[in-house]
Ligand binder design. Structure first.
Ligand code: AMP
Ligand code: MG
Length: 488
């Protein structure tokens, strides 16, 4: 083993201590030629890690798992999951490791986790590795989501390994170091439930409460309160995805967190032309995870979470089911309230409007956007200009001008607040053609386009003169029918 000891970092192992049945001690694969491609200095500092030290051999060793601090216990985490509706009893970290936990600036535990760090007992047929392109993709999109204010895992670094990774073609390998408030998934509970070990399930639920939803501990029924807290967190999260045009692409139950953070950026992408049926992932042929299906899928996944929790909710199964159903029923209102409040803000509407007025205005807007396939990001940003008296940017995206004019007249009569709109309608999102361009260059060793893109996306609400191309829809040469691929 090449694992040497890094003394500078204090990595906790609370997950491994609390839940040894779900944590297989394991080591990262050797890295032939480590080369950091991108490193998140601000995030490192938040975590008490010196960015300069992270660039040393010891630091890069930590970021690839090849030199871990004394006392750390890297583990592969066990989980199950429904993938495209079919249950897999044993997934787990097949190419990932939890190195341990760090405290952030606010005293919360944050997982330091690697992706692409080699085979584990959960690898099944996989090689345990990851390629540079998909890891840079997770870095860009997760950091963009964070800057947009959407709960997400963060990316600390991507280190090229110097190893060839064999997919359809040979690709350069990389390890992503990511940070999350935890890696507990709906699939983690499904795995624990399937062991029939009630004590394990209870310890897992209590670990989740302590880490993510501490207020549930004081509830009359803490485990039911945990369920309701996750229902609320996911309703809010998915509403935020919808409001910004994000398509996760692979909402399997193993890719849904208990914390309410977005996780596992694989074939995800932002919509350009507004269409609820939008699917990017090459393997999602049935459109199960289409843009417009995401709220329904989230509710389906939460039902699977409820099933896993049933033995903790009541002694009699019928009682437990009744409780779970009543709690899950809250999802729809929570989701639609969050979405409506978000649309209200995106349209800069004043407080105190009659619900019927807002609802009709929003419903007609959605129809207008869908019928005209308008660019989602540019259109909402352009409505801010329209609120200031310059109709051209938004109106220019609509084919049916009469329909736009009729809708805009009703909306403008409500005196929308343009400045408030600019704070919630991003000018910049990681548009597909920009991401592809940056990843292609990065894979070829030119990191300048990636760094420039990261810079613009770090302040998505602030228009920067001279950076217009980052706000524009894809050129026609990019074509339609953009496809993304799972990061395997
Ligand atoms: P994902 O699509 O990344 O959410 O992964 C789904 C499951 O497949 C997880 O259990 C992963 O650990 C596993 N997996 C994905 N890619 C690989 C790989 N290259 N080697 C081993 N396991 C993998
Ligand atoms: Mg996953």
């Amino acid at each position: 083993m090449n694992t040497r000891v890094v003394p500078a970092v204090d990595l906790g192992h609370q997950y491994a201590d609390d839940l040894p049945e779900l944590a297989l001690p394991w080591q990262a694969a050797e890295v032939p030629e480590p080369r950091p491609l991108v490193l998140n200095d601000a995030l490192a500092s938040d975590l008490g890690l010196d960015p300069d030290w992270l660039r040393t051999a010891d630091g890069v060793g930590l970021l690839t798992g090849t030199r871990v601090p004394e006392g750390a216990t890297p583990v592969a985490q066990a989980y199950a999951g429904h993938q495209f509706g079919g249950y897999s009893p044993r997934l787990g970290d097949g190419r990932a490791l939890l190195l341990g936990e760090l405290g952030d600036g606010e005293g919360r535990l944050r997982d330091l986790h690697l992706k692409g760090s080699g085979r584990t007992p959960f690898s099944r047929g996989g090689d345990g590795y990851a390629a540079v392109g998909p890891m840079l993709r997770e870095y860009v999109i997760s950091e963009a989501m964070h800057a947009l204010g959407i709960p997400t895992t963060r990316s600390l670094a991507v280190v090229a390994t110097g190893r060839e990774v064999h997919r359809e073609v040979v690709l350069p390998g990389a390890v992503l170091a990511r940070v999350a408030s935890s890696h507990l998934r709906v699939g983690t509970f499904q795995y624990a439930r399937a062991t029939d070990d009630l004590d394990l399930l209870r310890r897992l639920a209590d670990h989740a409460i302590a880490r993510h939803h501490p207020e549930a501990a004081d509830a009359e029924q803490p485990h039911l309160a945990l369920f309701e807290a996750v229902v609320a967190a996911q309703a809010s999260l998915v509403a935020q995805w919808m409001l910004v045009g994000f398509v996760h692409g692979v909402m399997n139950t193993d890719n849904m967190t208990i914390s309410g953070e977005t996780i596992d950026y694989g074939p995800c992408a932002f919509i350009d032309a507004f269409d609820p049926a939008t699917v990017f992932s090459s393997i999602d042929t049935g459109g199960r995870y289409a843009y417009g299906n995401q709220p329904v899928v989230a509710e389906w996944n939460l039902a699977r979470f409820a099933e896993a929790l049933l033995p903790l909710l009541a002694d009699e199964q019928d009682d437990a089911v009744a409780l779970a159903v009543a709690s899950l029923e809250k999802f729809r209102d929570l989701y639609s309230d969050a979405w409506k409040a978000g649309m209200h803000a995106k349209l800069g509407l004043p407080e105190g409007l009659a619900d019927a007025v807002t609802s009709a205005l929003v419903a007609d807007l959605v129809t207008l956007m869908r019928d005209n396939h308008v660019d989602h990001t540019s259109f909402f940003r352009g409505l801010g200009d329209a609120a200031r008296g310059d109709a051209a940017p938004a109106r220019g995206l609509v084919l049916d001008l009469a329909a736009y004019d009729a809708w805009a007249e009703r909306w403008l009569a409500l005196s929308p607040d343009a400045a408030a709109m600019d704070r919630v309608n991003p000018a910049y999102v990681p548009r597909n053609h920009l991401v592809e361009e940056a990843l292609a260059a990065g894979t070829d060793g030119d990191l300048a386009p990636l760094n420039q893109l990261l810079d613009v996306l770090s302040q998505p609400y602030d228009v920067r003169p001279g950076q217009e191309r980052f706000a524009e829809p894809a050129p026609e040469s990019f074509g339609t029918g953009y496809q993304t691929f799972c990061g395997t």
